[in-house]
Design a protein around this ligand. Sequence first.
Ligand code: SAM
Length: 309
Amino acid sequence: MSKKNSEDPGSWFAEPPLRGFQQRFRTTHRLWHQRSAYQTVEIYETVPFGRILVLDGAVQTTQRDEFIYHEMLALVPLISHGCPASVAIVGGGDGGTLRRVLACPTVTRVVQVELDPVVTDVCRQYLPEIAAGSFSDPRVQLIFGDGAQFLQQAEEAFDVILVDSTDPVGPALVLFSEAFYRSASRALRPGGLIVTQSGSPFLMPEELRRTAANMRQAFPLVRTYLALVPSYPGVVWSFTLGSTGPDPLALSLEAVEERLAQWRLSPRYYTPAVHFAAFALPAFLSQGCRGDSRYDLLPADETLSEQQA
Ligand code: SAM
């Protein structure tokens, strides 16, 4: 049952707590609420971030800061590849990643595999500026289905694969598995790269460790990098890159500047200096990402529940 435009001026939207930490947003309206075949889809009008898309209670993207996550998910691998022609996007129903991929002039084909058509429909209606018409670009093939199944059966190869999915629970869990990364490795051309959003290094360190470890089973080079996304819990957000060859850190600053200029891109968050700085992990995060849970900053939920017992 979908409910639209319920006015509720003095309320808050709160995400579910993680490791004893919870964030909330002052809201003026809930513009959409629907249980799709896969998840609960909501759109809120909020005071700090404008309109936000929420799936199963978790903030996905906001009008105010969507550019940060979408630029950092797309531009780091695209610039590192150098001349990507064919790109696959898994998830990404709001269209923000697609828009950044299409802005890259060497891209001639994008296949986007989004599980839930309700997400795309609702974002087209309430957050149209995020995709900004990208789904109608003639280079785009939009498929509604499971991204893991698509890559397993893919008969074409890609230069870059971007996993813009919800967090590793429910239908997205398969997108963080070793089997998925092996399929992705087979679906990439020589010199290809994959990047996935890999969650909060503070609130979801286990998921990040598992993602990087699974990716290392399928790719010779795996690197995690960070971005600062104010609307995400804990603000610091991670991305994990797998490469069949090119090392994003092997580029020179001048080469990154040159590609941005050649592609006539002027991003709002990504810069040549940010390209390199994003990979400079603080010591405790680097140890944590590589598997040592002693460096986790916040106590795990089960420790919390023991403390509360
Ligand atoms: N930008 C958001 C973020 O920061 O995490 C995510 C963007 S998008 C809204 C996440 C999408 O992943 C959702 O639309 C969801 O339907 C999709 N998704 C989840 N599991 C999937 C799967 N197995 N295959 C394809 N899409 C999937």
